[in-house]
Design a protein around this ligand. Structure first.
Ligand code: CA
Length: 232
């Protein structure tokens, strides 16, 4: 779809940020509209024809999460969630209720543009992508069910805390990629987390005792001096 025919709704209650995004997108040739209120945004999405929604989470009257959930009941329009929070719970929730992508403030405008192009491309082959995404949440005989925050090995549920689940899902979503402790800490615990990276090692130990040791199978590999990787 040519850029000039792509109509983007920007839902953001901080006017300065909304205007900044709008100017950048219009500079790239996109058509844009701003809504600063969750409920009004939802009404507008129902009534008008947009090609993509940029959706802030903290919004007056109705949160971005709720807007996304309601939109997904009626439409598969691409949604990119934008939030100040970096915690995995928010990401998991956002993606779980059907957002296509996730961006944490502050972000570089070039990254936003890349995500928008990717989301529009993905829209064009949506059904194929959904199948691939589901395939990614499986390693060997371990399967993750994001909607329920549940992990199973050979159909047997594993009792995990929410943080353990968040860490495991993060590793599995990035399987075969070596992840260093700083990135794990930032993406799973969030930017605001002030503790040191030892907490990552502690939680990896918890996961190993519940998974690797319990089922006699090696899921989580240590990469000396760097961090961890989950492999098939
Ligand atoms: Ca906001």
């Amino acid at each position: 779809m040519p850029t000039k025919d792509t109509n983007i709704l920007i839902v953001e209650d901080e006017w300065k940020i909304a205007r900044f995004i709008q100017m950048e997108l219009e500079h790239e040739g996109f058509k844009t509209v701003i809504e600063t209120n969750g409920r009004q945004a939802l009404d507008r999405i129902i009534q008008e024809n947009f090609d993509l929604i940029l959706l802030d989470i903290m919004l007056p009257e109705m949160s971005g999460i709720e807007v996304c959930r309601r939109v997904r009941e009626i439409s598969q329009i691409p949604i990119i969630m934008i939030t100040a929070k970096g915690a995995i719970e928010d990401r998991v929730m956002g993606l779980d209720i059907g957002a296509d992508d996730y961006l944490t403030k502050p972000f570089a405008i070039q990254e936003l543009l890349a995500r928008i192009r990717a989301a529009v491309r993905k829209k064009n082959k949506a059904s194929k992508c959904q199948i691939l995404d589901q395939g990614n949440l499986r390693v060997k005989n371990l399967v993750l069910f994001s909607k329920r925050f549940e992990a199973q090995v050979n159909g047997q549920p594993i009792e995990l805390t929410k943080k353990e689940y968040g860490l495991l899902e993060y590793l599995v979503r990035n399987k075969h990629i070596v992840l260093d402790r700083e990135h794990i800490l930032q993406d799973v615990w969030g930017y605001e987390y002030a503790g040191n990276t030892n907490v990552v090692d502690v939680y990896i130990r918890y996961l190993r005792s519940k998974l690797d040791e319990q089922f006699g199978e090696k899921y989580i590999h240590t990469v000396r001096g760097i961090g961890y990787v989950v492999k098939d």
